[in-house]
Design a protein around this ligand. Structure first.
Ligand code: DAH
Length: 344
């Protein structure tokens, strides 16, 4: 067989061989066999010296062109295999699969409790109201029966903006504002931020309160107790017990602090060797302050003697800590996503 025919056969065989090559490894075996140093092309070329000198240039040229075409065959096969693998990957993609659920935010526990509490009271007929966080001394203290020299002002460390303007220390000033803009009977529930100069493990400079207020003819302490019992059972469960302890606030008379049976130990106080951490083994936890609106407050808003009313104020973070068993107040303000996600 002459050398040119041998070269042409080599091309035909390579083409057939490539059709059976499916991996880079297959291709490499073939390349070494055809184009390698001791491969088929090299073997054919080793017979060149046996030709008559005049025939050698033509065969040399043919060999070069066969080598180029071999390389082109390899290249074409490589791209064909790449296309095939991409098509296969596309076939594995199933567009009917459900999408991965996107990350969703969740409401902050402070918001959850605020919404829940306000929901319970609006269901009972209360109207949601609000007031300014930057407040006049008059609404925050004076109209609430705390004149400038009143010792009760020491109960709260206040952040002052100026002599007469401050960051409200409680939501109680909205009692005064609500009564000034309404006529009895009225019932309002007031969520909002309040500010104090405390900052330690159990106090933050800003926290949240909810104030409640009901005024009308012959509103009594029984109404207060019934309303608060309904609220407490709505938030902490139907079995929750309520206890009133006598207390003092300048803007209510009489005043009380309300305890609920501990939601952690069910009011049993834990074991005597290991008292409940939440209620310190007493079975009760304090939840809010309340009382019958003091006549001095009614006088400040020029309400007649014929009305009576009750008011109460609670700490939202405190309720959330009890409800969700959160042991550390700082959790509410650090906004660690791992904490917040648990309320989704
Ligand atoms: N304002 C009080 C405080 O911040 C809470 C409070 C107590 C509000 C008794 C009331 C109330 O309306 O009647 O500690």
């Amino acid at each position: 067989m002459d050398l040119v025919t041998a070269l042409e056969n080599l091309l035909v065989e390579l083409e057939a061989g490539l059709q059976k090559a499916f991996s880079p490894e297959d291709m490499e075996v073939l390349r070494v066999d055809v184009l390698g140093r001791k491969g088929r092309l090299a073997q054919i070329m080793s017979r060149l010296p046996s030709l008559a000198p005049a025939d050698r240039p033509a065969v040399g040229q043919a060999a070069n062109s066969v080598k180029e075409r071999c390389n082109a065959f390899f290249k074409a096969r490589r791209s064909a295999l790449l296309l095939q693998s991409e098509a296969a990957a596309l076939q594995r993609f199933d567009p009917s699969l459900p999408a991965r659920a996107p990350w969703r935010g969740s409401l902050h526990p402070t918001t959850l409790v605020t919404e829940e509490v306000c929901g319970i009271f609006t269901e009972m007929g209360f109207e949601v109201a609000s007031g300014p966080e930057v407040e006049n001394d008059y609404y925050n203290f004076e109209a609430l029966n705390m004149p400038p020299d009143h010792p009760a002002r020491d109960m709260q460390d206040t952040l002052y903006i100026s002599d007469k303007v401050l960051l409200r220390t409680h939501t109680s000033p909205v009692q005064v504002r609500s009564m000034l803009t309404r006529t009895p009977p009225l019932a309002v529930i007031v969520p909002g931020k309040v500010y104090r100069r405390d900052s330690d493990l159990t106090h933050t400079p800003m926290f949240h309160q909810i104030e409640g207020l009901m005024v009308g003819e012959s509103v009594t302490m029984a109404h207060l107790r019934g309303t608060l019992t309904a609220f407490v059972r709505g938030v902490f469960g139907a079995g929750t017990e309520v206890r009133f302890r006598p207390s003092f606030f300048p803007f209510t008379e009489p005043s009380a602090e309300v305890d609920i049976s501990c939601c952690m130990c069910g009011g049993r106080g834990g074991h005597k060797d290991e008292p409940c951490r939440v209620c310190n083994g007493t079975g009760w936890v304090e939840i809010l302050g309340c009382g019958m609106i003091d006549p001095e407050v009614f006088a400040a808003v020029k309400y007649s003697d014929a009305v009576s009313g009750f008011a109460f104020g609670l700490g939202v973070e405190r309720v959330a800590m009890l409800k969700y068993g959160i042991g550390d107040l700082r959790m509410f303000f650090e906004n660690d996503a791992r904490f917040l996600r648990q309320f989704a």
